[in-house]
Design a protein around this ligand. Structure first.
Ligand SMILES: NC(=O)c1ccc[n+]([C@@H]2O[C@H](COP(=O)([O-])OP(=O)(O)OC[C@H]3O[C@@H](n4cnc5c(N)ncnc54)[C@H](O)[C@@H]3O)[C@@H](O)[C@H]2O)c1
Length: 436
């Protein structure tokens, strides 16, 4: 398993869990040191005990030794990062470096599996990179390149991997397809979930899935803003449309915009690919614009209520991670909100059940951001409560206690967590996204 981040570590661990012998490679020596010391560098429910028991059983090991990793397995999964480049395209340097490492060392048949989210055409580049390395060595070894995009959700990654909705395999090599079927058989004993297709379709499927989900979110956010203007309640509208089986309830929650390591970068990368083909995606341009604006929707409401200058104000902020059950702060809406609040002179008392350490790392230590030890502690001396991430522990708070703790009885809810009548009955002014 090449790359030991959210995807590589979960994939490697779950493959070990069903009996495979897995060696995980990373260039980040500190990460490998942590894992070899029994630690886990990321937060993912259920992952820690699974790593521990598979390490103990000797089926899961971690290394920085590239020679050992290439020698270890017939299957070489590439699960390295594909961050956005400045022009929005996916930065492929890590994928290509991983492929080159394999080509420079392999001495027998290998199946190289692209698990990272990569633009259409990457399998061809990976194939060419390996072929070039083999030519440079003057050797010939057979190999196959397979696209196997990952659909796991952070926060439920282990569960998703163990019980996938579908497994997409893009390949044209029969031997590689048979091996992939064998690898994934333990995860689909109930019924077949493996879809075999050509490589380019597999690569595009991953982007299409994330683009569709991002589109649903932006659609609802735009409608929520309209509901605000019209005096309608978006929560009623959400249920009214979600009950239609052609629409469904998933990913129709209005809020403070999507974030995380995938949607923002994958939407950008797909737009880049489309532009390169002379077929720009007008819909996705709008999805992104709507999302960028939505991240500041809550601050707009704060400014409407409290005025443009927030100097001397303090805000209790609940939730830093881009979504619940993860410590991931990449592109988290909390970052845009905090940035805008402090820019306007405010201070922020932040609380998150898991992501506080990661938040301190990415936001840096600063005087205008304090970290509270509990949700209630965050309220002390604050002018208003701002809810940014829908962690379970925020869903049913004591509204009377909130009113007593705050300097002003103001709640700005970026996730529509509460029943407006209940909050108002406690004497709080309540502002949410698209709610009456
Ligand atoms: N995070 C998600 O929820 C998710 C879901 C589906 C797909 N993906 C995709 O999977 C890929 C990985 O995402 P992630 O979130 O796990 O990234 P990550 O940044 O958490 O992890 C990537 C790891 O790869 C390592 N790495 C980089 N170059 C390497 C090399 N040459 N050899 C060995 N290791 C190397 C890095 O040190 C890092 O630990 C991305 O393409 C992403 O889009 C992510």
């Amino acid at each position: 398993m090449i790359g030991t981040g959210y995807v590589g570590l979960v994939t490697g661990t779950c493959l070990a869990e069903v009996g495979n012998d897995v060696l995980c490679l990373d260039v980040d020596a500190r990460k490998i040191e942590t894992l070899n010391g029994g630690g886990v560098p990321i937060h993912e429910p259920g992952l820690e005990p699974m790593i521990a028991r598979n390490r103990e059983a000797g089926r899961l090991r971690f290394t920085t030794d590239v020679d050992a990793a290439v020698a270890h397995g017939a299957l070489q999964f590439i699960a390295v990062g594909t961050p956005p480049d400045e022009d929005g395209s996916a930065d492929m340097q890590y994928v290509i470096a991983a492929a080159r490492n394999v080509g420079e060392r392999m001495s027998e048949y290998k199946i190289v599996v692209d698990k990272s989210t990569v633009p259409v055409g990457t399998a061809d580049r990976v194939r060419e990179t390996i072929a070039q390395a083999l030519r440079a060595r003057g050797v010939e070894h057979p190999f196959a390149v397979v696209s196997n995009p990952e659909f796991l959700k952070e926060g439920a990654a282990v569960e998703d991997f163990m019980k996938p909705d579908r497994i997409v395999v893009g390949a044209d090599d029969e031997r590689a397809i048979a091996t992939m079927r064998a690898v994934y058989a333990p995860f689909q004993r109930n019924h077949e979930r493996l879809l075999v297709m050509d490589v380019r379709s597999a690569e595009l499927t991953k982007y299409a899935a994330n683009a569709m989900l991002a589109t649903r979110i932006s659609f609802m956010n735009e409608l929520a803003n309209l509901a605000d203007a019209l005096g309608a309640d978006i929560e009623h509208v959400r249920q009214g449309i979600g009950s239609d089986p052609r629409i469904g309830y998933h990913f129709l929650y209005p809020g403070v915009g999507y974030g995380g390591s995938c949607f923002p970068k994958d939407v950008k990368a797909l737009q880049y690919t489309a532009r390169q083909q002379g077929r720009p995606l007008a819909l996705l341009d709008a999805v992104e614009r709507v999302n960028d604006a939505q991240k500041l929707r809550l601050v707009e409401k704060i400014v409407e209520r409290l005025g443009g200058s927030l100097a001397g104000r303090t805000f209790a902020l609940w939730g830093l991670a881009f979504k619940p059950n993860t410590d991931d702060m990449r592109e988290a809406p909390s970052r845009a909100i905090i940035h805008e609040l402090v820019q306007r002179g405010a201070r922020v008392n932040a609380y998150d059940p898991i992501a506080m350490h990661e938040a301190q790392r990415v936001l840096g230590r600063r005087n205008d951001i304090a970290y509270a030890t509990s949700p209630m502690h965050a309220l002390e001396g604050a002018d208003a409560l701002v809810v940014v991430t829908e962690w379970k522990e925020f869903r049913s708070p004591d509204f009377d206690a909130i009113r007593k703790a705050l300097r002003q009885p103001l709640v700005f809810d970026g996730r529509n967590l509460y029943d407006p009548a209940l909050v108002r009955a406690a004497g709080l002014e309540y502002f949410a996204i698209g709610r009456r």
